[in-house]
Ligand binder design. Structure first.
Ligand code: SAH
Length: 400
């Protein structure tokens, strides 16, 4: 057991300003700093501590974590104020999340916790068999971490647990960035399965938690179009799209990434699956331009880049990036071939992304039809009151 002590009756209280409870009451899981009585007492509370939420009429509305230094001050844990937040409570949330994923997938490789949608605001957990990688992105989750780790042991008893608390979002919560192996050992890249393919992921030095489970369904959709085709996968990372296309019977597959380490993993995974893969280390736009000049064309072109829009102020520049990416990638698609483009930028709305893709197709002079417009796989559920948290946008098109 850990030392978290929560006594509902004596928990600190956060008071809402008059008339500011409606959105929260209707189901939204956050309370913003300008909606609460931010007096000296509230400001003095420890960042990430538990608090009971009380409206201006003294009605108690729930329990959440409170951070006086964040714009999102309160994040809801339970609408039952009398609920004790302890290991048993957190273990129940983990059990519910694991049960959902085990219904969705046969194999234990998935996003286990997707923050608010799984009732654990600010927490992300990816499961790689008996290894779990966590990201605590809020002061509330940072404070609860020891108890979450104990609950995780109770529910899944993982052999190794890695904290990848190095995401820039932590700065908004006043948290420092660090990585730490919390339990067990992780010796080199580990194996995971997705859609029947086997991959190597480097959880320690890889991007985010080591693998992008969010693209699972989109990779299957691309693979379904790949048989007999030449396929090129820009921003391939560890080869998720490329190798699944190769396994589906593509005639030839090229993976392009600027990271040597990512391509090395992709090459290793290709070998493990018994498929051929050409790995090209290059900057994506430069390679697209080079292939265009060389008049090379492909039956399937994939472009799933890192977030071009990292914050609201990059929106215009990032939007242009998606337009240019679509223009260049579309130019490489054979008549009748397929293009899959994606954006994982939180600040780029689906409509805005679709606009840039349209614009890019028009600049490339290509007619097209949208076959699939999708987001992340179901192990990345969305809280109904946080539609903007559906960060992944993917379009699959056939080009004339
Ligand atoms: N499509 C991948 C995920 C992409 S992550 C998947 O399905 O898993 C982003 C990748 O883009 C990283 O591997 C990074 O090395 C690569 N990258 C970032 N900027 C790049 C650039 N300008 N040119 C080529 N690769 C780039």
């Amino acid at each position: 057991m850990t030392n978290l002590i929560d006594i509902p009756a004596t928990r600190p209280q956060i008071h809402l300003l008059p008339g500011r409870s409606r959105r929260f009451r209707s189901g939204h899981p956050w309370i913003f700093s300008n909606e609460i009585v931010m007096n000296a007492e509230a400001k003095a509370l420890p960042p990430g501590g538990l608090a009971t939420i009380v409206d201006a009429g003294a009605e108690r509305l729930g329990v959440g974590t409170f951070n006086p230094h964040s714009l999102i001050s309160v994040r809801l844990l339970s609408r039952r104020c009398e609920q004790t937040i302890d290991q048993a409570f957190l273990a129940e949330r983990l059990r519910r999340a694991a049960a959902l994923r085990d219904r969705l997938y046969d194999r234990p490789f998935y996003r286990l916790i997707h923050a608010e949608a799984d009732g654990l605001p600010g927490l992300v957990a990816d499961r790689y068999g008996d290894v779990v990688v966590l990201e605590a992105n809020t002061a509330g989750m940072e404070a609860l971490l020891p108890t979450i780790l104990a609950a995780l042991d109770e529910v899944l008893a993982p052999s190794a647990v890695l904290l990848r608390n190095d995401g820039a979002v932590r700065k908004l919560e006043g948290l420092d960035l660090y990585d730490r192996l919390e339990k067990g050992e992780i010796a080199g890249p580990i194996e995971l399965e997705e859609n029947g393919a086997t991959f190597f992921a480097d959880l320690v030095t890889g991007q985010k938690t080591g693998w992008f489970f969010d693209q699972r369904d989109n990779r299957a959709a691309v693979a379904a179009l790949a048989k007999g085709q030449s396929v090129i996968d820009f921003y391939s990372y560890a080869g998720g799209f490329a190798i699944q296309a190769a396994l589906a019977g593509a005639a030839k597959v090229v993976a392009v990434d600027r990271s040597e380490g990512s391509l090395a993993l992709a090459a290793r995974s290709a070998e493990r699956n018994g498929v051929a893969l050409d790995c090209v280390r290059a900057e994506a736009f430069a390679e697209m331009e080079r292939l265009t000049a060389a008049k090379q064309r492909f039956g399937v072109v994939v472009a799933d880049p890192p977030a071009f829009v990292k914050s609201k102020k990059d929106l215009a520049a990032g939007a242009k990036g998606y337009r240019k990416m679509t223009r260049l990638a579309a130019g490489l698609v054979e008549p009748g071939g397929f293009l899959m483009v994606a954006s994982c930028s939180h600040h780029m709305a689906a409509e805005a992304f679709a606009d840039e893709v349209r614009h890019g197709l028009s600049l490339a002079g290509r007619g097209a039809r949208i076959l699939r417009s999708a987001g992340a796989a179901a192990d990345h559920p969305v809280h109904p009151f946080l539609p903007e948290s559906a960060y992944l946008k993917a379009l699959v098109l056939q080009l004339d």
